[in-house]
Design a protein around this ligand. Structure first.
Ligand SMILES: Nc1ncnc2c1ncn2[C@@H]1O[C@H](COP(=O)(O)OP(=O)(O)OP(=O)(O)O)[C@@H](O)[C@H]1O
Length: 262
């Protein structure tokens, strides 16, 4: 019996072209437990998105194994909801229709039920009253809320988020982080979250995997123990600042190693 929701064992991803063979991921081992929030943090090009795409089933590992609930993962599935940096909503559909679109394969669900669920999840992401507007009438933050509702409506055990707040301004980004804290408490989903942002990773996560480049690999794992009832002010607390120091030191050391090896 596998106690983890997701287990990655010795994952390698090598991109081969005529010109070169490039190791984007080198021997990645990680786990995500049930109702656990796990972040991948690291510099550009360390393979964060490549790993998330493997878990989403959008790409295959060159070697190693990826298991979810004990079954091999090799294609997209309804047990994983994905949110990318670009919201990719369908512009000709209303907000609720964009969310309900994720339920299109639910042959046994009536249209009214799909609409009701879409309304419920829009309410969860703070968009009550905005169900009947088009993406072009929404701000970036609102569009990303719709994209999150669309990922959540299928009630996936695992939510995959690739820099979901990267395109938002600083205040909207903070609001969205708080929204995610609330959603995480209310749903039973686990989350795999990709970010460049050290504060965001500490604030949201139970565990942070710090990655390094060339080849893309896990350099350090840090378990985060902050209160479940956190709000933004925890970012000023001593434990938070200590985690931040530890992570920044690791990232600084990585930079030093790169310079020394040149
Ligand atoms: N299809 C591909 N073919 C060849 N190389 C690729 C491919 N996809 C990704 N790579 C390379 O793999 C490495 C990791 O890319 P990836 O996008 O996963 O990094 P990342 O950590 O998500 O970066 P960023 O934070 O900038 O988005 C990069 O050097 C990239 O050029």
């Amino acid at each position: 019996m596998n106690e983890h929701l997701l287990t990655a064992t010795n994952i390698n991803r090598i991109f081969v072209s005529k010109q070169r063979s490039f190791t984007a991921l080198d021997n990645i081992n990680l786990t995500i437990g049930n109702h656990e929030f796990v972040s991948l943090l690291g510099p550009s090009g360390c393979g964060k998105s490549t790993f998330l795409r493997l878990v989403a089933g959008l790409d295959s590992a060159s070697s190693g194994s990826l298991q979810m609930n004990g079954s091999i993962l090799d294609k997209p599935g309804r047990d994983r909801g994905v949110v990318f940096q670009q919201y990719s909503l369908l512009p000709w559909l209303l907000a609720w229709q964009n969310v309900a679109f994720a339920l299109k394969k639910e042959k046994n669900m009536r249209s009214a039920e799909k609409k009701e669920l879409a309304y419920h999840f829009l309410d969860l992401v703070g968009l009550k009253g905005f169900e009947e507007i088009y993406p072009s009438q929404m701000s970036g933050g609102m569009q990303q809320r719709v994209a999150i509702a669309r990922a959540l409506v299928i009630k996936p055990p695992l939510l995959l988020m690739d820099e979901p707040f990267g395109a938002l301004d600083a205040q909207t980004r903070r609001d969205m982080q708080d929204l995610l804290v609330t959603i995480f408490k209310e749903t039973r989903s686990s989350v795999l979250f990709v970010t460049h942002d050290v504060d965001e990773a500490i604030y949201l996560s139970d565990r942070v995997y710090i990655m390094a480049t060339n080849p893309g690999r896990i350099a350090k794992q840090i378990d985060i123990h902050l209160s479940d009832d956190k709000d933004w002010s925890i970012q000023l607390s001593e434990p938070f600042i200590n985690y931040k120091k530890e992570i920044l030191m690791e990232l600084k050391q990585q930079k030093k190693n790169v310079h020394q090896s040149k």
